[in-house]
Ligand binder design. Structure first.
Ligand SMILES: [Zn+2]
Length: 620
């Protein structure tokens, strides 16, 4: 549809000018190609027509205005505007059903009275035109009502804020309870995907940019700390070839920008930076021209691969984000895994490595609210599901039945299984393109889910089943290349990447050292953490006695030893952590860990919903 709109605009050409002039009843001076601006009060005409760009520009109030803006203003939404434009130019375009659905549910508690809302917004520098354009409403108590419509023009969220300056400790805003809570963008139904889109941090900033003349502006729903809207509106956002971000000039705003740049794609995202706190402050202090200037001066992120040392974030241990391993014994030395790092895990088959990975790198991150991506090359997917659900269920919810040939089958109780599934639904994404398991294909899928879904935890099990696309003699070079890509990936998306690998051929009973990783030494050189697993043998478990039968050496009380060989972020390394194995649920646990730990699915409810998180933010 985007191309069709561009085409229609060209076909319509300068007829657009006539339509707008006539609709606003503008007295046009053909000599200087100018008229009196409909958006601000003026005596000398400064609303001029640009025949190349096919739009008006006002030299008085800086407004830009073309036929699409005009139709959006007139008919309410971008889709309605496009429809009208196609009609006007005779373009045949068939809308999909969803594209013409315009259900405007009058759910919001609003009155026809708008004085308080308008008056307050005007005190913040927002023009009356903008209030009308955004269809600002007011409830019976005089609060401002911001109605959010999705791209199909259905109401998805209704927010309120008092029509006055808010003192510290007062509630800033709240959402209407009986309306859908969809993480959509304010005014997205009026945005034109053929033009650059400005995304800002709040409704008043959004209205400020529109007042300044930049109509193609939306606001995120719940402040810098909440990015659920990215995944929810991903397809819609993808229509825009240019996105401009204008976050508040504070720590939270900066953090949001660094999260959004890779997710929305640095190649199309520009960032506005100004001294002022936010758009509204700039509008109030300096006026519309400065707001438009700031938007025009938005810049792409600095050249990739080069960074100004002064701009590098200080490593602040207190504020650094760590992913807990779930094992107190390991966390003691690592504090968990620092986000933005690569963790290499290796151990022989049968050492419990895969079970440990599924527990530490899948169940545990899920319980911390993360989404997980898994590439599991060796394991059939139903089996993978099983090996995740069994430890997740815990010993109390598992029944052991006899299988064939003396084996045992671990069964998760049916209702528990359903509950677990409900809990991890859409949070665990499994790579499934078996026809292409090259590292490039896998990493490109990792990028896609990092961008779209905000996934932060990645599990690659294991190196041997990733296609390095190389001959035997360049294998090490390719391993190095892949490891480097993974390190860069982790850094770029502030993710934790777990790469499992085998040791080189060796005596199966021996404890492993860092040098035992098979393949290129660069794997462990480049990784931030290197951990190996060792299955404690029966011999090691047994007490050693002297000839008289006195115990001289106690047997090892554990089933697995996890050796931490490298820990670049905190330095503590060459530490060993003993783990026991809970047979029923196939879980590992250390001396200070509970074998029946609850991963969170048991108290799963709407509590984890983004809205709850949202309400917390709004109440701040
Ligand atoms: Zn003007």
């Amino acid at each position: 549809m985007i191309d069709k709109v561009k085409e229609a605009k060209q076909i319509l050409g300068s007829r657009a000018k006539d339509i707008i002039i006539s609709d606003f009843n503008i007295t046009w001076n053909t000599k200087n190609n100018k008229g009196i601006c409909p958006f601000h009060k003026e005596k000398t005409a400064s609303f001029s027509w640009d025949n190349k760009k096919l739009m008006f520009h006002c030299f008085g109030c800086t407004a830009n205005y073309d036929i699409v803006d005009h139709f959006i203003r007139k008919y309410g939404t971008f889709k309605e505007a496009a429809k009208e434009l196609f009609k006007e130019t005779g373009i045949d375009y068939r809308f999909e059903k969803a594209e013409i659905k315009t259900k405007r549910s009058p759910k919001a508690e609003n009155t026809t009275e708008k004085n308080n809302a308008y008056k307050y917004l005007q005190s913040r520098g927002i023009s009356k035109h903008t209030c009308e354009y955004a269809d600002i409403k007011q409830d019976s108590a005089g609060n401002i009502v911001f109605e959010y419509y999705n791209q199909d023009d259905n109401i998805g969220l209704v927010k309120y804020r008092p029509s006055k300056n808010i003192e510290k400790g007062e509630i800033k805003a709240w959402c209407q309870k009986d309306v859908d809570h969809e993480p959509i963008l304010y005014l997205m139904h009026k945005a034109d995907p053929t033009k650059p889109l400005l995304i800002c941090e709040g409704e008043i900033d959004c209205l400020s940019a529109i007042t300044a003349g930049f109509r193609n502006t939306v606001s995120i729903p719940l402040g810098a700390g909440n990015t659920h809207w990215v995944a929810h509106n991903f397809e819609w956002l993808n229509q825009f070839s240019e996105i401009i971000l204008w976050a508040d000039n504070d720590q939270a705003g900066k953090k949001m920008i660094s999260e959004l740049l890779p997710r929305l794609d640095e190649n199309r995202v520009k960032v506005v930076s100004v001294k002022e706190k936010d758009i509204n402050e700039l509008l109030l202090i300096k006026g519309t021209r400065f707001v438009m200037d700031a938007i025009e001066k938005a810049e792409y992120a600095p050249v990739k691969g080069v960074v100004d040392l002064a701009d590098i974030e200080d490593f602040d241990f207190k504020n650094a984000k760590f992913l807990s391993s779930g094992f107190k014994g390991l966390n003691k030395w690592t504090n968990g895994f620092l986000y933005g790092t690569l963790v290499v895990l290796f151990g022989i088959n049968g050492s419990g490595k895969t079970a440990l990975i599924n527990q530490m790198c899948v169940c545990e991150p899920l319980s911390q609210g993360e989404k997980v991506f898994i590439y599991s090359g060796e394991m059939p997917r139903p089996q993978l599901k099983n090996i995740i659900e069994i430890p997740m269920a815990g010993p109390d919810n598992i029944e052991i039945k006899d299988g064939a040939n003396g084996s045992t089958i671990h069964i998760v109780e049916k209702s528990v299984r359903e509950q677990i599934k409900e809990w991890y639904k859409s949070k665990v994404l499994v790579y499934c393109d078996d026809s292409d398991v090259s590292y490039n294909a896998i990493i490109s899928k990792m990028e896609a889910v990092a961008k779209r879904h905000g996934v932060k935890v990645f599990v690659l099990d294991n190196l041997a089943v990733i296609d390095l696309c190389s001959s035997e003699n360049e294998k090490y070079t390719k391993q190095k290349e892949m490891t480097r890509l993974l390190v860069n990936f982790a850094k770029k998306y502030n993710a934790v990447v777990f790469l499992a690998t085998h040791p080189r051929e060796h005596d199966t009973i021996k404890r492993l050292s860092k040098l035992d990783i098979s393949g290129s030494a660069d794997i462990s050189n480049l990784a931030h953490y290197v951990i190996s697993t060792h299955r404690v043998t029966d011999d090691e478990k047994e007490d050693k006695k002297d000839k008289k039968g006195n115990i001289v050496d106690m047997g090892c009380p554990y089933d697995m030893i996890m050796d931490l060989h490298k820990n670049r972020p905190l330095g503590h390394q060459d530490k060993s952590i003993g783990l026991k194995f809970e047979i029923k649920s196939k879980r590992f646990y250390g001396d200070s860990d509970a074998p029946d730990k609850n991963y969170g699915w048991e108290n799963n409810s709407e509590q984890l919903d983004w809205v709850i998180e949202a309400e917390k933010l709004l109440g701040e």
